[in-house]
Design a protein around this ligand. Structure first.
Ligand SMILES: [Zn+2]
Length: 362
């Protein structure tokens, strides 16, 4: 199905999006407005159908997989791939809402504000632009596109969550009005369509209501809204595989919206998706000795988490200490048993760099 796969790395700064816009000059990109540091925020509208869908990606600057999937989709569209759902849909896409955060590879914008907690106060130019577009475009559906850390499992003892979804709440009672039910049904449809490749790897987020989050704000306004979160797939720290899955998920979502085929799914199909749990760390060392504050403990498991760091314009995964114990309720994406390359005694410093393990780069 995928004709072209966007050859971008996980670090996807604004110049990558600008290069894409220049390379595909026939696509009707416009500048929606400027970020807090005056970087352009692009928007593109394609499809002539009556059903209006608004999508925005990378409102958290270090969450680029959905941006890469959207640009792959737009590249395929520009290359002439036929997407029949575009007869029913009009898609209004912001590929990168937070270019200042994307430049720095950070969640927050240039003023250290989390744009996904600014939906009420609208203190930042990026939040204001999103809100203005929502009010003027008046979407029938909204897609809030994100990436998640590697610690989530789909269910308490599940596989790593490669994709996660949420139909955000519209009120503190977490009631299910018809438009929220639609979002749930679409998510159930997407999960069914991807079941062959991602069985047990699709999770669901907790639906506590927070009106400062954009998804909750738009659901409160009566628009079915879906949160997408792209997560971990084995050995895929660059998220190339996960990006392809989210591309498929987006196509599935568009098809269900165009054909209204989500009607055959129920709230229960959505609720049958396992809730996400923080179960995984990147590396688990087993049966090692740990020195912590002058005490040495033997037969410990040590949990290690990668810190994603931008070094000379490249993303590097730096191993850092997370926790230890003799019965840790954590799983590792990679498990290493005691061996000759590991020091006899590991000096544990919470959050400290694990010097005896290499940084990884891709
Ligand atoms: Zn996010």
């Amino acid at each position: 199905m995928i004709v072209y796969f966007c050859d971008m790395a996980r670090y996807c700064p604004p110049e990558q999006v600008e290069k894409f816009v220049v390379r595909h000059s026939k696509l009707p990109f416009k500048v929606l407005g400027l970020s807090e540091e005056n970087r352009p925020i692009y928007v593109i509208s394609i499809g002539k159908g009556p059903i209006k869908v608004m999508l925005w990606s990378q409102m958290h600057g270090n969450e680029s997989s959905t941006t890469r999937a959207l640009l792959s989709f737009l590249a395929d569209y520009a290359a002439g791939t036929d997407f029949p759902f575009l007869n029913q849909l009009q898609l209004c896409i912001i590929p990168q809402l937070n270019p200042d955060g994307a430049f720095r590879y950070q969640r927050y914008n240039a003023n250290a504000v989390d744009l996904n907690r600014d939906a009420q106060k609208l203190t930042q130019s990026e939040s204001q632009l999103l809100e203005q577009l929502f009010l003027s475009f008046q979407p029938d559906y909204a897609l809030n596109l994100h990436g998640q850390r590697t610690f989530f499992a789909a269910g308490p003892s599940g596989l790593p969550a490669t994709l996660s979804f949420l139909a955000p709440a519209a009120d503190t009672n977490r009631s299910i009005p018809p438009h929220r039910l639609q979002a749930m049904q679409i998510i159930a449809g997407i999960a069914k369509d991807l079941e062959l490749d991602l069985k047990g790897r699709i999770g669901r987020y907790d639906d506590s209501y927070n009106p400062n989050c954009v998804g909750d704000r738009f659901t409160t306004a009566g628009v079915p809204t879906i949160l997408f979160e792209v997560g971990h797939y084995p050995d895929d720290y660059q998220r190339n595989i996960a990006t392809q899955f989210v591309y498929h998920a987006l196509l599935s979502c568009f098809q269900h919206m165009a054909r209204q085929s989500y009607n055959k799914y129920s709230r229960h199909d959505y609720e049958a998706l396992p809730e996400n749990h923080k179960t995984y760390v990147d590396i688990l060392l087993q049966d090692v000795s740990v020195l912590d504050q002058g005490k040495t403990l033997s037969h410990q498991d040590v949990a290690i988490q990668y810190l994603e760091e931008l070094q000379d314009g490249k993303l590097v995964w730096v191993p850092t200490f997370h926790s230890y114990g003799n019965d840790l309720a954590l799983k590792g994406h990679k498990t290493i048993k005691r061996n000759s390359k590991i020091p006899n005694t590991i000096v544990f410093i919470p959050g400290g760099i694990v010097e005896f393990l290499e940084n990884i780069t891709y």
